[in-house]
Ligand binder design. Structure first.
Ligand SMILES: NC(=O)c1ccc[n+]([C@@H]2O[C@H](COP(=O)([O-])OP(=O)(O)OC[C@H]3O[C@@H](n4cnc5c(N)ncnc54)[C@H](O)[C@@H]3O)[C@@H](O)[C@H]2O)c1
Length: 267
């Protein structure tokens, strides 16, 4: 990591575990950024800040629930009051799903859309006026390979992640002249609790670790590569193991990908 993040205010959502926690640790050790940590659980966020070795003047714990999208303007105001500005927003928080589309309650589809898409959009829209006031900024959003193509057992999740691409690609084009950079990150399998926290068709937690996730990229390695992609101001970056090939197949050989995906062992 060079000095892109130094002296900046970086806001990481989903900072209480997994990729978000790894991002906070990497930023804490390798930059002088001030970090705002958000997710729903204040105690977990404080524990992450402590483990990352952040001094009190370098971090701010700001709990938020993405489902509570109407509160985002107030949450953002609190963040700006604390450090005066937001240079980089990393929209990382998210929730996955494991169920066949026909066995998935419509409330689960809606919840995934509310958390992964609407909440993320609401937070971003509340942050943007401050970035524009300050002459620019950088919005990163963690999508998924499922934001690029769909797969069995992921219909609600893939839909919400695809929606992010439509929104953030449009936003990038609209705000280019305002010096707002938009980076979409598409992780492959990363070793986190994402599958344990995933919703099943009736809205309950899956509660188990997927085999593919357990063999995925370690979260700290992923976080280093993700921050490098942000630093390079990439429009979009897919990061993971051989599963990342799916993004190229989708682009150049979509029929082949469709055949592979329908046979995929996905959990
Ligand atoms: N781990 C993977 O294999 C993988 C693959 C593709 C994409 N992703 C994406 O990476 C991101 C981070 O996930 P992770 O793998 O670290 O899993 P994780 O379950 O460990 O972390 C998810 C984070 O999001 C937060 N969160 C969930 N619902 C929230 C809500 N309503 N309001 C606020 N915060 C909420 C959680 O508290 C947690 O901090 C997610 O957007 C996920 O979709 C992960």
């Amino acid at each position: 990591m060079s000095n892109y993040f130094d002296h900046k205010v970086v806001w990481v959502t989903g900072a209480s575990s997994g990729i978000g926690e790894a991002l906070v640790k990497e930023l804490a050790v390798k930059s002088s950024a001030k970090i705002i940590l958000s997710s729903r659980n204040k105690d977990q966020l404080n524990a992450v800040a402590q483990k990352a070795g952040l001094e009190a003047n370098r971090f701010f714990v700001l709990p938020l629930d993405l489902e509570d999208y109407k509160k985002m303007p107030d949450v953002v105001e609190e963040a700006v009051e604390k450090f005066g500005k937001i240079d980089i927003l990393i929209n990382n928080a998210g929730l996955s799903q494991r169920s066949l589309a026909m066995e998935t309650d419509i409330e689960v589809d809606k919840r995934l859309m509310d958390i992964d898409f609407i909440g993320t959009v609401a937070l971003t829209k509340s942050v943007l006026p401050y970035m524009i006031r300050d002459g620019g900024g950088h919005i990163a959003v963690v999508s998924s390979l499922m934001g690029v193509f769909g797969a069995p057992m992921r219909s609600s999740y893939a839909a919400a992640k695809h929606a992010l691409h439509g929104f953030f690609d449009s936003l990038r084009a609209e705000l280019y002249t305002k010096k707002i950079t938009v980076t979409i990150i598409c992780p492959g399998f990363v070793q986190t609790n994402i599958s344990i926290n995933a919703l099943t068709g009736n809205g309950s937690l899956q509660g188990t670790m997927d085999d593919a996730t357990s063999k995925g990229m370690p979260a700290d390695v992923f976080a280093g590569k993700m921050l490098a992609a942000i630093e390079k101001k990439k429009n979009q970056a897919s990061i993971g193991g051989q599963e990342v090939m799916g993004t190229y197949l989708k682009r150049f050989f979509p029929s082949l990908l469709a055949k592979i995906v329908r046979k995929a062992k996905v959990v």
